[in-house]
Design a protein around this ligand. Structure first.
Ligand code: FE2
Length: 690
């Protein structure tokens, strides 16, 4: 084998009779992306089972315009004999004198053989150097069936390079591992933000804070003197739902509603026995004996939200002031008119005299303050556990493991690569700008700094595979029949649709459990996920290896669901529900009342975050909720990694099912006071990208 110098076959084969040349029509498509064009000279070589062509300069009628973004270019490659079945192509580009080396984004190459067969070579990669790059023919192949020596060689070479390009790193001990990179520009080109995404992200980030700086808000350490003054910040950006929140944030029914359909639908669970540290009595919650607490628990009408993960977490200091974060317990009652009403709140885990159980019958401000402390605990629980850990950090682990262990020709790569788009870079930016020592989260939230690490570690150590699979999660939390629970309704339907699609694809390639067991690349993928994502904790229930096809199908369904639907559910509404600060304070500046009857409006204003903290929180939530214009919705695959008929048909079926669901969700939403849009497939992004 002499592939290192560009040739797989001895020269003599190429010199065989030239009497009857065979012609291959080669079409190269350049991707339609900013910066995809190359002005360098492009060369191609075809490699088949029976021989290889000469390396041919791709020049033609179009000249220098041949490789312009969105364009295609065709040439004929003539060979003395048939190359047999095409296995791969080699592509390289060389700069001309005086023209600098540029980056080129070839999308795909199609080759029409003399017998009339069309071979498709998906690429969708940046070529930035003058090295020779190998790209396999599009038919998906698992390692044990990749028996052509040329294919096997290129497969091995690709993975060797990938394991150098994508290395694991430890951000802090006790949380999932991440990609090792010091700067976004160190990320391999194919996983970086596009030019469009980079520009828009930087623009939204800088204009948000610049506007607040101009207003003098970002520097003000004052407390709010009037709740209506928050409008000075709030009018800056609005959504229909943030308007609704501003109007309804104090209402009990809306407080309850958010546990089902706000940005964190993951904490609430049915309560059949009161926790021993939450001594609520019947007289407290049903003073007129309208209901009986024990009976209502039996009837499945009582629900609990327990923030015990936050207990004893060290809080930060903001603008020289100590901050407060509670670990509340909230009891809710499903009323006969199908509303979920909070009936008791205890703000700390240990029941003591100075830790009263607050009730809706308490004074207006006692009850409102109790709810504000819950909503502020909700901010940390949601952002760190539900959003950062359970979607962003896991999606990164799935992606890095894929890139390190699975070559492009593998069906799993083709299936999952679109669901990793932008994840590595957005997570790098989150580590740099949000949770680093100088990050916004560290500086302006109660759990910033050490507290954040404690919460993330506790969250990971209690995370289970079941809780990542929505059908099991809903059943385990006893939420199957709760009315008006749109996260569940849309999520379960999406899970089923994704599951059917994944099953179709994987069962097409894996005809038996034995095939799963002997796919060493697949086994390395899950092994890396278990080790680097779940820190080798068997208690998570995450498989350490796959033994059956259904096991594989379920896990891959979870991977796609987590990066797309689950992330959308917990990400897209951040500004809707957090934009009006009193509904989701990032931090609180005073401890909670230890006695009833001691609070008033002034206490509340002194407790809410100061002006600068409010402004920073709002600007960040706006940035994190903003969809970029090159957003790719769930199930859309502009890059055609699958070239075979069956998977392509399965993709069409998947898209049709998603379209139907999207219409049904829109229809349902038109009847709702607060539409639940986050899991409408048309609004769900394919990957964790923001
Ligand atoms: Fe996100």
């Amino acid at each position: 084998m002499t592939a290192e110098n560009g040739s797989f076959f001895p020269t003599r084969i190429l010199l065989l009779s030239r009497t009857k040349m065979v012609n291959y029509k080669v079409t190269v498509y350049t991707g339609d992306l900013a910066g995809a064009t190359t002005l360098n000279n492009v060369y191609i070589k075809l490699v088949g089972t029976d021989g290889e062509s000469q390396r041919k300069w791709m020049t033609g009628l179009k000249g220098a315009t041949a490789f312009i973004a969105g364009e295609m270019s065709t040439i004929t490659v003539s060979c003395p004999t048939s190359l047999g079945k095409l296995v791969l192509i080699q592509l390289d580009k060389q700069r001309l004198p005086l023209i600098p080396e540029d980056s080129w984004f070839p999308a795909k190459v199609e080759v029409k053989s003399p017998c009339g067969d069309t071979y498709k070579f998906p690429i969708y990669r940046w070529i930035t150097d003058s090295e020779v790059h190998h790209f396999r023919e599009g038919t998906a192949l698992r390692v044990f069936e990749d028996d052509n020596h040329l294919g096997a060689y290129s497969r091995e070479k690709e993975l060797k390079q990938r394991s150098k390009d994508y290395c694991w790193d430890v951000f802090v001990e006790g949380i999932p591992h991440c990609i090792k990179v010091d700067n976004p520009l160190d990320l391999p080109c194919e996983v970086r933000f596009s030019f469009t995404k980079t520009t828009e992200f930087a623009f939204t980030a800088s204009t948000g804070l610049a506007e607040l700086n101009l207003k003098g808000l970002a520097a003000s350490k004052e407390s709010w003197s009037n709740i209506d003054d928050i409008n000075r910040v709030f009018w800056w950006k609005k959504t229909e739902i943030s308007d609704y929140v501003q109007e309804h944030w104090k209402e009990d029914a809306f407080f309850g509603y958010q546990f089902l359909n706000g940005v964190n639908p993951m904490l609430i669970r049915r309560c059949s026995v009161l926790p021993s540290n939450f001594p609520v009595t019947n007289d407290m919650v049903f003073p007129n004996h309208q209901f009986n607490l024990a009976q209502e628990m039996k009837n499945g009408n009582i629900f609990l939200c327990d923030y015990k993960r936050l207990d004893g977490v060290k809080t930060s200091i903001i603008n020289e002031k100590k901050q407060y974060l509670m670990a509340p317990l909230v009891l809710l009652h499903k009323t006969p008119d199908k509303r979920l009403m909070p009936i008791a709140i205890q703000l700390k885990q240990t029941p003591t005299d100075d830790n009263p159980i607050f009730l809706p019958t308490d004074s207006k401000y006692d009850w409102l303050m109790a709810k504000i402390f819950v909503r502020s605990a909700e901010f940390s629980e949601h952002e760190l556990n539900v959003h950062l850990l359970r979607t962003h950090l896991l999606a990164e682990v799935f992606a890095v493991s894929l890139l390190r262990n699975i070559p492009m020709v593998h069906p799993l790569y083709k299936l999952l690569i679109p669901h990793t788009r932008y994840t590595l870079q957005i997570n790098f930016l989150a580590r740099l700008r949000l949770i680093s020592e100088t990050g916004v989260f560290t500086k302006f939230t109660a759990s910033g700094g050490e507290g954040m690490i404690t919460i993330l570690r506790r969250s990971l150590s209690s995370m289970t595979y079941r809780s990542l699979c929505i059908p099991e999660d809903i059943a385990d939390r006893g939420l199957e029949t709760v009315p008006n629970f749109y996260y569940r309704d849309d999520g379960l339907r999406l899970w089923k649709i994704i599951n059917r699609f994944v099953q179709g694809i994987l069962e097409h390639y894996y005809k038996s459990d034995t095939e799963v067991q002997k796919d060493s690349e697949l086994q390395k993928w899950i092994g890396d996920i278990f080790e680097h994502g779940f820190l080798s904790q068997p208690s998570t229930g995450i498989p350490q290896r796959f033994t059956t096809v259904p096991e594989l199908v379920k896990f891959v369904t979870m991977v796609i669901f987590t990066g797309s639907c689950q992330h959308a559910a917990v990400n897209s509404g951040q500004y809707d529900y957090g934009g009006w600060m009193p509904n989701t304070p990032t931090s609180l500046q005073q401890p909670p009342p230890t006695k009833k009857g001691t609070t008033n409006e002034a206490t509340m204003l002194k407790t809410l975050p100061d002006v600068s903290t409010t402004a920073q929180g709002m600007a960040t939530l706006w940035l994190l909720s903003k969809q970029s214009s090159d957003f790719v919705p769930l199930g859309q695959y502009p890059e055609e990694h699958f070239t075979e008929e069956i998977p392509r048909q399965l993709i069409k079926d998947f898209q049709a099912e998603l379209k139907t669901l999207s219409s049904e969700i829109k229809e349902r939403n038109s009847t709702l006071e607060i539409p639940y849009t986050y899991m409408n497939p048309a609004e769900v992004e394919n990957s964790v990208a923001i």
